[in-house]
Design a protein around this ligand. Structure first.
Ligand SMILES: Cc1cc2nc3c(=O)[nH]c(=O)nc-3n(C[C@H](O)[C@H](O)[C@H](O)COP(=O)(O)OP(=O)(O)OC[C@H]3O[C@@H](n4cnc5c(N)ncnc54)[C@H](O)[C@@H]3O)c2cc1C
Length: 329
């Protein structure tokens, strides 16, 4: 990108008239970098209330851009729109959330702009006055953290894990500018033939503050009804290990881990999960882990703050009853 780059642009997401919570997290991260204007790009016909919400959460400016194909899951159009907004905003740092949108559009925008992208970042920091940016990301299935420094070219594109940053408290008195960008029509090489809505009852696994997950130790699909019951009492979501999904007990949208979803709940309850490194890669950001497993040497206990060694059939029913009494009292 030519010209002096400054500031941070967050590729925002919104739905049903509200900002996606992860966009508030990106704005808080943008402010922490302290390198100039913090702006957000909102694709589709973002209503003014959504733009104002972004301002209240830390945006100095909101770039809105709309074309019949943008903001509606057409990645070619979204890549083109974000790249064009970058041409106008000239950010030093371009942030995406680690969502379906960010994971697909982020690296493609970076490629289009001729720069690199760092996936799955848990921290993004300004190293010094020179404007160098350093990211931290898990490597080797979450067993080690790597710190990577971007080369000098701008923008530095980082795709950031959900809940790695706390959004700022909304401040309705903040002022920000809304800038409408006229888009060049995108070159679209793919055509969406069908949209299939995935229906999940209750809270999404990636957003849940409580996750109750089961593994092969449950022995089959029916015990997951008890996990659903426990998750329901705690207002959480159910997840699973890959062994469960590979066995067809649950579909792969439940899978947590290296090749599944990354979760960052406050409380992660596992039942009959061994804690293989590929599983832990998706849940190492959990604040507290509670494990029920009959093998005291199981790897999951290394991550657990609390654990019960024994057969889940002896432990889980009384655990659920105790939680029910606590919740209902
Ligand atoms: C490239 C690659 C990517 C992978 N990606 C993922 C991923 O994204 N997510 C993932 O989860 N895995 C992933 N895996 C698989 C991973 O290595 C493990 O095989 C998997 O996580 C094991 O699942 P599990 O813990 O349910 O089963 P197991 O390892 O079989 O563990 C079952 C556990 O249940 C306990 N148990 C058995 N009976 C009972 C009982 N009655 N009461 C209480 N406890 C009991 C056992 O002690 C054991 O610890 C990946 C593997 C590879 C090679």
């Amino acid at each position: 990108m030519t010209g002096a780059a400054l500031g941070v642009l967050a590729a925002g997401e919104w739905t049903d008239g509200r900002l996606y919570p992860g966009t508030g997290e990106l704005l808080a991260l943008g402010r922490s970098l302290d390198c100039g204007e913090v702006s957000v790009a909102l694709l589709g016909d973002a209503p003014e209330s959504v733009c104002r919400e972004a301002v209240s959460l830390g945006a100095d400016a909101v770039y809105t851009a709309s074309h019949p194909l943008t903001g509606d899951g057409d990645a070619d159009a979204d890549v083109s729109a974000i790249a064009q907004i970058c041409g106008q905003a000239k950010p030093r740092v371009l942030l995406f959330g680690k969502t379906a949108f960010g994971a697909e559009v982020g690296p493609r925008v970076a490629f289009r702009l001729g720069v690199g992208a760092a996936q799955d970042c848990v921290a993004v920091e300004a190293e010094d006055e020179s404007g160098r940016v350093v990211v931290t990301r898990p490597v080797h299935g979450g067993n080690a953290m790597a710190r990577l420094r971007f080369p000098d070219a701008d923008p530095k594109v980082a795709i950031v894990r959900g809940k790695a940053y706390e959004p700022l408290a909304a401040d309705g008195s903040r002022r920000g500018e809304i800038r409408r960008v006229e888009l060049e029509p995108p070159v679209v090489r793919t055509r969406r033939v069908e949209t299939v809505e995935s229906r999940s009852a209750g809270v999404r696994l990636e957003d849940a503050s409580v996750v109750v997950a089961g593994g092969r130790g449950l022995g089959g699909p029916s015990p997951f009804e008890q996990l659903e019951e426990l998750a329901g009492l705690l207002g959480g979501a159910v997840g699973a290990s890959r062994a469960v999904c590979d066995a067809g007990w649950l579909d792969h949208s439940y899978q947590i881990g290296l090749t599944g979803k990354t979760i960052t709940p406050d409380l992660y309850i596992t039942v009959g999960i061994s804690g293989a490194s590929q599983h832990m890669a998706g849940c190492s950001g959990a604040r507290h882990t509670v494990a029920i497993n009959k093998d005291a040497d199981s790897n999951i206990f290394k991550a657990a703050s609390f654990g019960a060694v024994g057969d889940w059939q002896d432990i889980l029913p009384s655990f659920i009853e105790t939680i029910r009494e606590l919740v209902e009292s």
